[in-house]
Design a protein around this ligand. Sequence first.
Ligand SMILES: N[C@H](C=O)CCC(=O)O
Length: 426
Amino acid sequence: MSRSEQLFKQAQSFIPGGVNSPVRAFKAVGGTPIFFQKAQGAYLYDVDDQRYVDYVQSWGPMILGHAHPDVIQAVVDKLQYGLSFGAPTEIETTLAEQLCDIIPGMDLVRFVNSGTEATMSAIRLARGVTGRDKIIKFEGCYHGHSDSLLIKAGSGALTMGVPSSPGVPASLAEHTITLTYNDIEGLKQAFAELGDQVACVIVEPVAGNMNCVPPVPGFLEAIRELCDQSGSVFIADEVMTGFRVSLSGAQGHYGVTADITTLGKVIGGGMPVGAFGGKREIMEQIAPLGPIYQAGTLSGNPVAMAAGLTNLGLIQADGFYQALTAKTQLLVDGMKAIALDKGIPFTTNNVGSMFGFFFTEETKVTNYSQVMACDIERFNRFFHLMLEQGVYFAPASYEAGFMSQAHTQDDIEFTLSACEQAMSKL
Ligand SMILES: N[C@H](C=O)CCC(=O)O
């Protein structure tokens, strides 16, 4: 029995399913989750000291790679002054100012501790300012596990078979309208029927929780226009895409600005940080300025802010995004060429440093049904063949992959040579 197998067995005695987030359990791909003991740059090391080239990057945050020395130093420096005060600190304002400078349409921002909290709070705010209850989301998009949003959701919710989880009151679920991602006509129709009841539309501007599905031209623009016409709030959930697809996120990349943006992952540099922010007149409705309540004991934690601020400083270096995007392109082009050579139906999507690969006959994957129609059994075999060779992709066919600054040309070549072996066996 491997050390990971032993640890997984022990974990299951005390933690439901042995994991603290379902997608870690390898339920989608089968087998035992790997237990890791350390991470450095592009690599994870398991408890048996096996090295893996990591394309999960803690599900996105580690854009510089693991344990970047400057980020670690910033955390160590800050730690000495205490861990949490539950009171304002200067560094919160410094990070908030940076976010307001970088993110389109962000006049004011509030910090929370996770992406789930950010989207949950954004929904409350949208409902509060509009006085409406209905929200529109898209099938396969995942916005964390709060009640209103765990309906036909992507990510781990797909594996668990809980498109609408038990525990979500039907009376609440009925306010969530779920539409097809990238279906502009469906969106127009929903607004024509219910527009004056819609508090908000929430969207992953690149759907990273159903692998990596970019918006078709006109989709984000249609959301913007319909929200404007009906007085609904447009929420861009950039927890995953923020600072990933470009410095100014998907909104900067596609030139569409939402009313509220939610952030997480990269802004914490590996520490638990989320944020939601947007137009001044909306954000001023939050307590203590306005009547809409939102709070958090550890929100704006100084140690987490220090990690986030350092991360954000480093990713603003000249050429940072060009290099990341070029490496991502190299990887997906290489994988596609190998699949073509082996006669395996396969396609890829990528935006900035996010990517997805699909075992499918389709040439382009643009929605949830196409993602779910992919050859999942083939993906699972590929996943394990790559893992055996020291390459760690997300343990589910519907999760995006991530490139980091730390990945080298050698790492990509190593990955492609493992891919060649794996695809030969497929
Ligand atoms: N896709 C999820 C987050 O973006 C994966 C992380 C998790 O659920 O633990």
